[in-house]
Design a protein around this ligand. Structure first.
Ligand code: NAP
Length: 289
């Protein structure tokens, strides 16, 4: 991981390198539930715009979020600055046949009001053979409608299947549930991804805010002069090869979350947190939200 000067020209933002060689912001912005409530819309758009200004140029979304409403809201937030952002979008497994992937992508592009998605993920493994989805992704790449593809919620066996397929090694990320209270991927999936240099994109990094109420985290945060959110996000960012995508629709909380980068966790602090939130002691089925 290194630091990159953002478009804003003032702030330095940490980045993570994708297998393609492209650097993306280590802290991005999630958009689950964004666009669902009319009353929140203005603040949500302002929050995404502020995030981009501060250098968090990776935005994660999915056709599933609000049935396309999150994509439509993003279109409004990025109007006039498409080239500054890196859009991660996801196709539903039920749409992920070869031709279904292509038509789902076209619909998303329309809602996003753009001509390309930067990184297009399979949201989770469904009934369609992976080979068909990858063939759809490859065709979309050739047509310039997506730049890269990846996956989400794939377990170790599924990653191994993908790795054997033609084109499967072009995968750029596996987006997974990963936070201090959800460390089960560290047993075998994370080491495999690391060995193959595939960065994890950590979703629900503060466990949808539930983690912030944890007394152990609150105590650590107080002792280290951070907020609970900054401590939880900081632990993930400190790993160096994890892209972290917290969601907030509020500018104050966005500033708090990105304040994480101003006070990085030391190795000793990370270890301290890992004692409070222990690692897995054996294999378990992949957790999802
Ligand atoms: N691939 C998948 O299957 C999958 C699954 C889940 C999520 N995701 C992606 O990952 C993103 C993040 O995950 P998530 O939305 O599930 O959970 P999250 O980022 O862990 O938490 C979001 C929740 O925390 C609140 N929050 C954010 N910052 C806060 C702070 N500093 N203090 C207090 N509350 C705070 C937000 O409320 P406010 O908005 O009111 O601040 C929101 O309710 C999603 O938005 C989505 O893009 C992917």
């Amino acid at each position: 991981m290194k630091q990159m000067k953002s478009d804003a020209g003032q702030k330095h933002f940490k980045t993570v390198k994708l297998p393609s060689g492209e650097e993306v912001s280590a802290l991005g912005m999630g958009t689950w539930c964004v666009g669902d409530a009319r009353a929140k819309r203005k603040e949500e758009i302002a929050t995404l715009r502020l995030g981009i200004e501060l250098g968090a140029t990776l935005i994660d979304t999915a056709e599933m979020y609000g049935d396309g409403r999150a994509e439509e809201l993003i279109a409004e937030a990025i109007a006039g600055q498409r080239d500054r952002v890196f859009i991660v979008d996801k196709v539903l497994p039920s749409n992920a046949s070869r031709s279904g992937t292509m038509t789902a992508c076209e619909r998303s592009l329309k809602r996003l009001r753009t001509d390309r998605i930067d990184l297009y993920l399979l949201h989770w493994r469904g009934e369609v053979p992976l080979a068909e989805t990858v063939a759809g992704f490859e065709e979309l790449k050739r047509a310039g409608k997506i730049r890269y593809f990846g996956v989400s919620n794939l377990d170790l066996d599924e990653m191994k299947q993908l790795w054997k397929l033609p084109g499967g090694r072009e995968v750029q990320t596996n987006q997974l549930l990963y936070n201090l209270s959800r460390r089960s991927i560290e047993w075998d999936l994370l080491p495999w991804l690391q060995k193959h240099r595939i960065p994890v994109m950590a979703y629900s990094p503060i466990e949808q805010a539930r983690l912030l109420k944890d007394k152990r985290l609150q105590k650590f945060a107080k002792q280290t002069n951070r907020t609970p959110a900054q401590s939880a996000l900081g632990w993930l960012v400190a790993k160096g090869n994890v892209i972290v995508i917290p969601k907030t629709g509020n500018r104050e909380r966005l500033k708090e979350n990105f304040g994480t980068l101003q006070n990085p966790l030391s190795a000793v602090e990370s270890k301290e947190l890992e004692k409070l939130f222990p690692p897995p002691t054996g294999p378990s089925p992949l957790e999802m939200l």
